[in-house]
Design a protein around this ligand. Structure first.
Ligand SMILES: [Zn+2]
Length: 547
């Protein structure tokens, strides 16, 4: 069965333009994995690379020949032929054809400045290069997309010539002509006007390719739709040269939820955040918390009044339900913390707290005092959950560290740390020793081997990240160290915190919290049911989605 033709086609160039971004680099295996995910998500085109400029990209297209893509059409990217030659004899054009992709995208010059100064040829020869190359690729039976490089700057410089280059591509038989804001400096109004001019002078379908140099990559792409564009090129997470490309992670939900245009399959939209994270992981880029729609801060509430209002009506400070793009709401605990923050945070963690809970004001005081001492609970949900629980119930901790010792010795060129620890769980005792690469590693090993005797399922818990920061170095006070530990198992991840003048003490505090949270979080989950039963339907449904 044929898929319905979308109103707006998404052309992904994460693997080509996106890989030009600072700190982004993909192996051939990475690119294949990404292409498969993009196909599953439902983008309409995947630009795999430039075979003529990069042997790694030739390898990618060789591998891609054996894969079947369900939805997306694969595109190879290249340029117009060299000057004063035939496209059919051009080495770079030959490599494009040999990539055997259903779609070939080539770029050519729209700006006379580039024709004269960069290509160092005549305006007429440039037009011939565009037309001849497109015609040659069409003769191979391919779907040909023509990217007009510097379309907007070229048009501003010489409108007639810019239009002539696009018309040359149309004469050659191009299926789509894409106007590119290559330097990323155009304003939405200019984009609309110039696109309208292109629309009036061409019959072929139009696309848009923008960059984010002045923060308008997405805005410019959206603006161009008004002038009749039906294909948008961009990259996920906005990867790309300089400040990046049009960010598809923002563009796609804007199309779907704000403009109500049909593009990516509706069932893929709640997978957007997951896709964004997957890409950061493969690219080895730290996720940007402030990324619109999918960032971890996109639906975070900190100010007391906001939290209070969100608590009452979810719509009041949120433009959309975060679950629509697979994101979740977070309530940040901070020095601004008020009662509503704590109540909402406790409920987010699955603990039943209301404004009538008697321990609430003590809890608040304790959080403020600890934050003053350098703790930061915004990033440490595991420790915060424990703190709330400790203030609510008298129950003893599942284990206590009675004593520990850490030492270091050097053996030849390497150094080894050794930790011993005495742990008590109820009436049981354990005394263990472990070696590690560093003192924290050794301590972690000793604590775990003591605890798995009592709680075997802790074996599945892994320490996934360890961060250290100095928090207080003002004159007269000793610097404190803040340690954040991220832990996880098959089901979830959580973060815990320790603060002390001694880094080992701070680390042990965070380690103890991490494992205690792992043991107690089942109880937290159980109390969610109680909270949910009292809430209205809307919030219950959104909570279920989060779980
Ligand atoms: Zn670009």
């Amino acid at each position: 069965m044929r898929a319905i033709t979308p109103e707006i086609e998404i052309y992904d160039t994460t693997l080509r333009d996106g890989s030009q971004g600072q700190g982004v680099s993909f192996s051939t295996a990475d690119k294949l994995r990404i292409a498969e995910r993009l196909d599953e998500f439902g983008v309409h085109y995947i630009e795999g690379g430039w075979p003529g400029s990069n042997p790694k990209d030739v390898e990618f297209f060789e591998e891609a020949k054996t894969r079947r893509f369900r939805r997306a059409r694969l595109a190879a990217f290249g340029s117009t032929r060299r000057k004063h030659a035939r496209a059919a004899d051009d080495e770079q054009v030959r490599l494009l054809i040999e990539a055997e992709t259903p779609v070939i995208t080539i770029f050519g010059k729209s700006w006379l400045l580039h024709v004269r100064e960069v290509l160092q040829t005549t305006p007429e020869e440039n037009l011939a290069m565009v037309e001849d190359t497109v015609r040659c690729l069409k003769a191979q039976g391919r779907f040909v997309i023509y990217d007009g490089e510097h379309s907007f700057d070229g048009y501003k410089d010489d409108p007639e010539y810019a239009l002539a280059t696009w018309q040359a591509a149309e004469r050659g038989g191009a299926d789509v002509i894409v106007l590119c804001d290559t330097n990323g400096g155009s304003l939405p109004e200019e984009v609309v006007q110039i696109t309208r001019q292109a629309r009036a002078g061409l019959r072929v379908r139009l696309g848009i390719h923008t960059h984010d140099d002045i923060g308008l990559g997405v805005a410019n792409a959206l603006a161009s739709l008004e002038a009749g564009v039906t294909q948008v090129q961009g990259t996920f997470n906005g990867y790309g040269e300089r400040t990046g490309n049009c960010n598809l992670t923002s563009l796609i939900p804007n199309l779907a939820f704000k403009l109500k245009k049909q593009s990516i399959p509706a069932e893929s939209l709640p997978l957007l955040k997951e896709l964004s994270h997957f890409l950061d992981e493969v690219a080895n880029v730290r996720p940007n918390p402030r990324l619109p729609w999918v960032g971890s801060a996109a639906f975070s509430h900190k100010g007391g009044t906001h939290v209070n209002a969100v608590h009452k009506v979810l719509r009041s400070y949120e433009h959309i339900d975060p679950a629509a793009v697979g994101n979740t709401r977070h309530v940040l605990i901070s020095e601004l913390a008020g009662r509503s923050n704590i109540i909402l945070k406790a409920r987010e963690l699955g603990i039943d707290v209301s404004k009538d809970t008697p321990q609430l004001s003590n809890m608040l005081k304790r959080i403020k005092a600890l934050e003053h001492a350098g703790y930061e609970f915004e990033a440490a949900d595991g420790s915060l959950a424990l703190l709330i629980r400790r203030s609510l119930c008298e129950e003893a901790a599942p284990f206590v560290v009675d004593a520990y010792h850490v030492s270091m010795r050097s053996e030849g060129k390497t150094s080894v740390c050794e930790a011993t620890i005495k742990v008590r769980a109820g009436k049981e005792h354990a005394h263990t020793v472990s070696e590690g690469k560093g003192p924290v590693d050794a301590l972690d090993g000793a604590l775990r081997s003591a605890l798995v005797k009592f709680y075997p399922h802790l074996r599945n818990v892994k320490l996934t990240d360890y961060k250290v920061r100095i928090v207080d170095s003002s004159v007269g006070t000793a610097a404190r160290t803040r340690v954040l530990i991220e832990s996880g198992d098959d089901a979830s991840t959580w973060t815990t915190i320790g603060v002390n003048e001694n880094i080992i003490e701070a680390s042990l505090e965070a380690l103890v919290d991490s494992l205690e949270y792992a043991l107690l979080r089942k109880q937290f989950a159980a109390s969610v049911v109680k909270v949910e039963a009292r809430e209205d339907d809307r919030s219950r449904i959104s909570k279920e989605r989060h779980l």
